[in-house]
Design a protein around this ligand. Structure first.
Ligand SMILES: NC(=O)c1ccc[n+]([C@@H]2O[C@H](COP(=O)([O-])OP(=O)(O)OC[C@H]3O[C@@H](n4cnc5c(N)ncnc54)[C@H](OP(=O)(O)O)[C@@H]3O)[C@@H](O)[C@H]2O)c1
Ligand SMILES: *[C@@H]1O[C@H](CO)[C@@H](O)[C@H](O)[C@H]1NC(C)=O
Ligand SMILES: *[C@@H]1O[C@H](CO)[C@@H](O)[C@H](O)[C@H]1NC(C)=O
Length: 338
């Protein structure tokens, strides 16, 4: 009995999900693909990829449970913080496992390295020196439950522990560059925030002294990581067993390290050269309880050793600084400024 392997993607109109859907389809062209779309206007762009559309919202939990239960593989890229959605996905996976007759259901979830972020002080403090390694289950187990995304991640780890269903978590760092082949949204989150904040404030800005660091990852390399995790998951499914360790199916998507102050200075120069700022200079702002501080003021330090050694992941695309000019251009276009 051989049936076509089916994939359900949640978040296809988004930045990560669009790139992941295109990359999976290219790597596994014989699988069948469905994607959740909540806005009618986006249906044609997703269908144009050769993907069936499931029309609805992630808030419709009965729809999520039933759709997950009718696919072999589910990939979630819509929201790293939606606990009720994750519970519905897990319920759908269990339902499929219990109905029997098909391979063990696979779920690939998107978290983020915000899960290891420090307090956003805009400084590379001593307490933020720790680099979390995905190849060390003790490191991953030690992440505090109050950290961003962690409540959802813990739900996913627990669901995969018995081996009845197979769960994997990918935690990308700061993703940058344009999702050229994405059906709808082609731009990321944190870099656009720095660009928009500079335009709003009239000068480029960074939190504190701007020495706080994150890792970065190109959108192309991010999409490739999902392909490699799926390949690994399919291989694991040949002899289904519980994961080696509760926290071992966890993969950082982390490449080069950068300081947020350096991004702000580079953005200042680019916007000044375009005549959109009076000065190229980037200015320090006090950490606050605001969006800007939350997204650009912390440290987040991670090492994707498991992604590299266990999956053979090799980030190879251009750097965050090399992509910045194009990222600025894309944000200006999206916001109707050019
Ligand atoms: N971008 C990064 O650098 C990065 C790095 C690490 C982790 N993450 C995390 O990954 C997640 C996705 O990030 P992203 O940059 O890809 O965001 P995005 O471009 O905003 O994409 C979000 C996707 O989820 C869909 N979605 C959201 N709420 C939905 C709902 N109620 N029903 C149906 N679909 C819904 C959106 O649909 P619509 O198009 O209809 O809005 C869109 O397809 C976020 O949780 C983010 O924190 C992002
Ligand atoms: C949830 O999805 C089901 C199945 O498509 C649909 O019949 C129902 O109307 C949806 N519920 C809401 C509140 O949209
Ligand atoms: C990313 O992939 C797209 C589509 O395959 C390609 O056009 C683009 O040049 C790639 N970008 C980088 C930086 O590798």
């Amino acid at each position: 009995m051989s049936q076509v392997t089916s994939v359900f993607l949640i978040g296809a109109t988004g930045y990560i999900g669009g790139a992941v859907l295109v990359a999976l389809k290219k790597a596994y062209p014989d699988f069948s693909y469905s994607a959740l779309v909540r806005s009618e206007k986006d249906i044609p762009a997703v269908q144009a990829l050769g993907v069936s559309v499931v029309f609805g919202s992630t808030d419709n939990h009965s729809l999520i449970i039933d759709t997950v239960a009718s696919h072999d593989i589910t990939v979630g890229t819509s929201n790293a913080d939606d606990l009720p959605l994750s519970k519905a996905i897990v319920e759908g996976l269990k339902k499929r496992a219990e109905s029997g007759g098909r391979p063990r259901p696979i779920y690939i979830h998107t978290s983020g390295t915000g899960v290891v972020a420090s307090k956003p002080t805009g400084q590379l403090t001593a307490s933020a020196q720790k680099i979390y390694n995905d190849n060390s289950p003790d490191d991953i187990a030690s992440i505090a439950p109050e950290q961003p995304h962690r409540n959802v991640d813990l739900e996913i780890f627990a669901a995969g522990e018995s081996g009845q269903i197979a769960t994997y978590i990918i935690a990308p760092s700061t993703i940058y560059d344009i999702g050229h082949t994405n059906p709808v949204n082609k731009i990321s989150q944190q870099v656009p925030i720095i660009i928009r904040a500079a335009l709003e404030k009239g000068h480029a800005a960074y939190v504190g002294d701007g020495t706080n660091v994150w890792n970065s990852v190109n959108i192309n390399d991010t999409a490739e990581l999902y392909v490699l995790v799926l390949r690994y998951a399919l291989k694991q499914n040949e002899t289904p067993a519980p994961p080696a360790h509760k926290f071992s199916n966890f993969f950082f998507g982390s490449g080069e390290v950068f300081a947020w102050g350096d991004i702000a200075r580079a953005v200042g120069k680019i916007l000044h050269a375009r005549g959109l700022l009076k000065s190229p200079e980037a200015i320090s702002v006090e950490p606050g309880n605001d969006f800007f501080t939350a997204y650009t003021g912390s440290n987040s330090r991670s090492n994707a050793e498991r992604s590299r050694t266990q999956l053979g992941w090799k980030p190879k695309s251009r750097s965050i600084f090399e992509a910045l000019e194009d990222d600025v251009e894309a944000v200006l276009k999206r916001d109707g400024r050019i």
